[in-house]
Ligand binder design. Structure first.
Ligand code: PEP
Ligand code: MN
Length: 297
């Protein structure tokens, strides 16, 4: 296949971009980049519970959106500005980089004040004006694959962002539409391997939106790391069944911790590691909250 792309394309087999997210936090290096958190920001106490339970040296970003692209206009649309205040407070106590979605060009400048990574959701992968706008941002962009986007379309969407000035693009495979509705989408791990062969960009996997069912998420996450993904973004919630959005796929915080613990040996088997020492030394909520978590790695 001849793809009309050049900025995203690998120049040599070894060519890989490592994207700096924050002090000592990178995506695309030997250490896996793991982002976790709820689908949507709901309350401060919800976000506090998440950062209190998770191993902040291993988790390298906190996800939580305040603008939600919902299929129905009657579903919860996100807390907007109020959500940003919560994200600002949670960042103060956890020191974790924040990943949050932008849905329109008008939201980008304000979101960039609070976020460390701007997410372009699947439904906006080909919103070309939005791609051009985040191309002018200095924040790393997490670009999710469109619901029915081909690999070529996905790469060209990344090419839009880079050609408008922002080289810091992380690709995210999150499942594509198919005829089978048992899972919400079909996780295309073939695309992960192909994208890592074709491009120098980091490729992470979102098993939550791919599966749509929490009981499928841990095995898919492990499979993603085994096939070379540079990281994961996973939805979890203190009370998964009460999530205001995507409740069926949210992991409990306990299950999230178990999943993280299980990734270490898989990471090592494919020449990666779960975190780097420097990241583990970043001051985090573990030094604020006295309760130790039960991380085994
Ligand atoms: C999300 O991350 O919550 C989301 C809406 O994802 P996607 O755009 O992949 O559906
Ligand atoms: Mn979601």
């Amino acid at each position: 296949m001849k793809i009309e792309a050049h900025l995203t394309v690998k120049k040599t087999k070894e060519h890989r971009s490592v994207i700096k997210i924050a002090n000592n936090i990178e995506c695309g290096g030997d250490a896996l980049f793991i982002a976790a958190g709820p689908c949507a920001v709901e309350t401060l106490s919800q976000m506090e519970s998440v950062v209190k339970a998770l191993p902040l040296g291993i988790i390298q970003a906190l996800r939580g959106s305040v603008y939600k692209p919902r299929t129905s206009p009657y579903s919860f649309q996100g807390l907007a500005e109020e959500g940003f205040n919560i994200l600002a407070q949670i960042k103060k106590i956890s020191h974790l980089p924040i990943v949050t979605e932008v849905m329109s060009c008008q939201q980008v400048a304000n979101a960039a004040i609070y976020a460390d990574i701007l997410q372009i959701g699947s439904r906006n992968m080909q919103n070309f004006e939005l791609l051009k706008t985040v191309g002018q941002s200095n924040k790393p962009i997490l670009l999710k694959r469109g619901l029915s986007a081909t690999i070529e379309e996905f790469i060209l969407a990344a090419e839009y962002i880079i050609s408008h000035g922002n080289p810091n693009v992380i690709l995210c495979e999150r499942g594509i539409r198919s005829y089978d509705t048992y899972t919400r989408n079909v996780l295309d791990l073939g695309a992960v391997v192909a994208l890592r062969q074709l491009t120098h960009l980091p490729v992470i996997v979102d098993p939550s939106h791919a599966a749509g069912k929490r009981e499928l998420v841990p095995d898919l996450a492990r499979a993603a790391i085994a096939c070379g993904a540079d990281g994961l973004i996973i939805e979890c919630h203190p009370k998964p069944e009460l999530s205001v959005s995507d409740a069926r796929q949210a992991l409990s915080l306990e299950d999230m911790l178990t999943l993280i613990n299980s990734l270490d040996s898989i990471a090592k088997a494919v020449g990666r590691r779960l975190t780097n020492q420097l990241t583990a030394n970043v001051p985090n909520a573990l030094s604020i909250y006295s309760e130790p978590n039960c991380l085994k790695v």
